[in-house]
Design a protein around this ligand. Structure first.
Ligand SMILES: NC(=O)c1ccc[n+]([C@@H]2O[C@H](COP(=O)([O-])OP(=O)(O)OC[C@H]3O[C@@H](n4cnc5c(N)ncnc54)[C@H](O)[C@@H]3O)[C@@H](O)[C@H]2O)c1
Length: 393
């Protein structure tokens, strides 16, 4: 298997998570995946790029992302920059024939997300969005149970992603807290993850009704320290209707006092239900009406090597995976796919676009105080062959 030569754009927080995953992805099963060459890291901050390259074992660091997107010695471009630069970098990479992995949300606007999807489809390259929670074993198991009919007809999906780091009033107005660079606040940032999960479990979203709030109205500007108004949401409640008939509620907040990484969902069908919380990431709670009446109740299914995504890690159920491993699972799918193996399970730019449509509709709904219908463009069906199961079981 020939090596996959990777170039990373963005040497910030995600550079560490992605690098760990590139290393671990192949280490878990060297015969099944191609070797990864960590060729080049680009960051507008050239010194940071050089330090990241040296610390994380990339051959070199540079300031210009075009030295990644246009380089002959790169096969996969990994975009881990703030949201407003995703489109320019990813589109340039696709036009130069590179496969692209892009961080979420796909873009800072619906128009940019559409262009990105069009560009990768036209170029015929492989494309992925780092919606890492859809590949998490307990989520994949929940989807399997729903698809297999173990819950009966899906009635309701509730999903939330809550943090409290936004309560810190000294948090500077970085790119994440500006509409122009981020595209949205909590509803687009952590929200795009739960929207993707909601779509994975309950199908396409038909319409939304959202209410958003900006709890900390002003924050210190990065650099000057002057207080400036915040133009993104700190929290959003999004009522959703799925095309399949189920109703749902998506809750996002980074001002949820006491919440640290509270990603959770509950899917209710007329024959069964599942519940998940990131506080117990190796468990899926399952309830079935098929159990004898006197024994009915939620039971914990402990995730282990029999479950999709978890198989290549540890031989004993419950030994546990962590947040970083979510990126490893995603990168294993990316490596398999770019080396020509037909693989399902990683989100594509189409999923990124679908999430962007929901975020855009939620912002319009919150602004205008009304239900907003989604009318996705007619998009080409993803032509790549897919397997029902990823190769790692
Ligand atoms: N998948 C996840 O769970 C997850 C988690 C956190 C962040 N993210 C996403 O990852 C992306 C990066 O987030 P982060 O937290 O690492 O941000 P960060 O601010 O820590 O790092 C971003 C880096 O990109 C650099 N940069 C900015 N513009 C650039 C350009 N045009 N060319 C090259 N470098 C540029 C900055 O100098 C900075 O070093 C965002 O899209 C974010 O939403 C995803």
């Amino acid at each position: 298997m020939s090596a996959l030569r990777v170039g990373l754009v963005g040497a910030g927080f995600m550079a560490k998570a992605h690098t760990l995953a590139y290393v671990n992805a192949r280490l878990l099963s060297p015969d099944a995946l191609p070797p990864v060459e960590r060729v080049r890291v680009a960051d507008v901050d050239a010194e940071l790029a050089r330090r990241a390259a040296s610390a994380y074992g990339w051959s070199e660091g540079c300031a210009d992302w075009r030295a990644v997107t246009r380089a002959d010695d790169i096969d996969l471009v990994d975009v881990a920059t703030p949201n407003d630069s995703h489109a320019e970098i990813a589109i340039d990479a696709a036009r130069h024939g590179k496969h692209v992995l892009c961080e979420k949300p796909l873009a800072n606007s619906l128009a940019a997300a559409r262009e990105m999807h069009r560009a990768v489809e036209l170029a015929g390259v492989r494309h992925f969005v780092a919606f890492v929670y859809r590949t998490w074993p307990a989520m994949a198991l929940a989807k399997r149970l729903i698809d297999d009919g173990a819950l009966g007809r899906l009635i309701r999906l509730r999903a939330m992603f809550l943090h409290d780091y936004g309560l810190d009033r000294t948090l500077p107005l970085t790119w994440r807290l500006r509409r122009s660079s981020a595209g949205a606040g909590s509803v687009g940032d952590i929200g795009s993850h739960v929207i993707d999960l909601a779509r994975l479990l309950a199908g396409e979203i038909r319409r939304v009704m959202a209410r958003s709030a900006t709890v900390i109205a002003e924050r210190p500007e990065n650099g000057s320290g002057l207080m400036r108004p915040v133009d993104v949401d700190d929290l959003s409640d999004v009522l959703v209707e799925f095309a399949g008939g189920a109703t749902g509620l998506i809750e996002t907040s980074w001002v949820a006092t006491g919440s640290k990484m509270d990603l959770a969902f509950e899917a209710l069908g007329d024959r069964g239900a599942v519940r998940f919380t990131w506080r117990r990431p190796m468990e899926l709670q399952f309830y079935s009406e098929d159990d004898p009446a006197e024994r009915r109740g939620f039971r914990a299914i402990v995730i282990g090597p029999r479950h999709e995504g978890a198989a290549p890690f540890w031989p004993v159920a419950g030994q546990g995976l962590g947040w970083g491993d979510a990126f490893t699972i995603l990168l294993r799918r990316v490596l398999a796919s770019t080396s020509g193996q037909p693989v399902a399970g990683a989100a594509t730019f189409l999923d990124g676009l679908r999430a962007a449509e929901v975020v855009d509709a939620a912002i319009r709904s919150a602004t205008e105080g009304r239900w907003v219908d989604l009318s996705p463009d007619e998009l080409p069906v993803d032509p790549r062959p897919v397997l029902r199961r990823p190769p790692d079981g």
